[in-house]
Structures are given as C-alpha cells and as structure tokens.
Design a protein around this ligand. Sequence first.
Ligand code: HEC
Length: 246
Amino acid sequence: MKRIIACLLLALAPLGAMAASADVELDRARNNLANTASLQRGAKYFVNYCLGCHSLQYVRYNRLAEDLLLTEQQLAENLMFTADKPTEMMTIAMRPEDAERWFGVTPPDLSLTARARGADWIYTYLRSFYVDKSRPIGVNNTVLPNASMPHVLAPLQGYQKATFEEGVDADGNPTRHFSGFTEPEGGAMSPEEYDEVVRDIVNFMVYVAEPVQLRRQEIGMGVLAFLMVLFVFAYFLKREYWRDVH
Ligand code: HEC
C-alpha cells in the first residue's frame, strides 16, 4: 500500500512543479480564431509594434494575405513594411548581435510562442508591464519577472504601478506577493479598449503558431458530414447483407 501511495505521489509531482512556476494567475484571452477582422487587426498591430524586434520566421506574407482574406494591395499597404515581395518570410532587419547588446537577450522569434506559452500567458504578459525604476528599461513584468522587453504598448495602455503585499513566512524570511495594479496613466486607450487590442494580437499569434487551424476545423466539419452520409449507406447495406440470415 505504501508503495502504491509513493508511486502516486511521484506521478503527481510534476503537476506540483508546473503549478508552482506560474505564481501569477493568468487571465483568459478569450480570443476567437473565426473572427477574421480581429486577426487582421492583430496582424496590423503586430507589424507596427512587434516586428521591429520579433520575427515570425515561419510565416510568409502571401500566406497571411490568403488566410486573413486580404488583397495584395491591402497586404502591401498595411503589413509589408520590411519586405519587398509577398513571397518573403516575416523576418526582421535587426541583427542578433545588436539586439543582444541593446536588450541583453535577443528578442525571440514569436512564430511558435502561442503554442509554447499559451494564449492566456501572452494575453496576461502584455497587460502586466509596470513601472520599476530599478530596471534598466524602467519597467518590469509580473508574468516574466525582470523581462528585458520594453513596454512597447505604453502609448496605448499607459504606465501602471504594481502593488505587492510584503510579509514574512514561517521561517522569518521576507515574502513579496503581487496583489494588483493601479489604474494606468498616460495611455491613449481605456483598459477595456487596450484589452481588445491585446486580444487581437494574441489571436493573431495563435493563428501564426498553427495556420492550418482555420482550415482544419472546416475540414473536420466536412469529414463529419461525410461520415454521417456514409453511415446511412452502410446501414442499409448491412441490412441488405443480413436479410437472408435473420
Ligand atoms: C524593442 C524590442 C521589442 C519590441 C518592439 C517587442 N519586444 Fe517582445 N521581447 C523583447 C525582448 C528583448 C524579449 C526577451 C525578454 C526576456 O526574455 O527577458 C521579448 C520577449 C517577448 C515575449 C516572451 C517570449 C518568451 O517566450 O519568453 C513575448 C510573448 C513578446 N516579447 C511579445 C511581444 C509582442 C506581442 C510585441 C508587440 C506588441 C513585442 N513583444 C514587441 C523585445 C521587444
């Protein structure tokens, strides 16, 4: 019996570790891949605010236009600032060595981040920058502590401060728990409007991480419809075969 319990505990141990790493609660992104207008807005925000530092190296511009229902002209006018041909990938001009010198780390390619981190993580991350004078870039992030990314969406959100509850644990060591943000100041948008912008960006990043998702669901419905029709024929065929036996 003891051995069984030990085995069970061992099997569950990684769950505990996973829960412990996310000590900030993540907000639900509630993004919707079927909302093409949101994906189009997300692409535009991404190109304007993120593509300066982060590439999407597995995404080709013309594929984007096709999936997001954009014409070549819309593509060229709204999204293609760093490329000449629609067949190019969404890469960036910044050299990794320079990036490392400026930020301490190279901004990672974001093609697969939505799959690695999850939509809720990115959604919460982009809404969790707060003023921190002790950091070289002046901001910190509750989701990715000591992140070296500047708050690039500050013109929209403004700057917020974070409040922490300080205390001591059972052993007398000081503890610090994040308890909330103050109202952001100096942004062009209300918190609700800003959440919508972030939701669009996250939606776009989720699409980018798995572009076939859009089509896979359509194909799935088609397959189900086909199976239903096939079932009717199969049923009558079975009846025909078994008629003489019964
Ligand atoms: C000025 C350059 C710069 C811009 C512009 C920028 N980022 Fe970043 N970003 C960084 C750097 C540097 C990091 C690495 C942070 C770290 O690991 O400390 C980062 C990290 C991230 C991460 C975390 C990746 C991971 O898995 O750890 C996400 C998500 C992200 N950025 C999203 C965005 C989005 C979305 C935008 C546009 C709204 C954006 N970034 C604009 C520099 C930038």
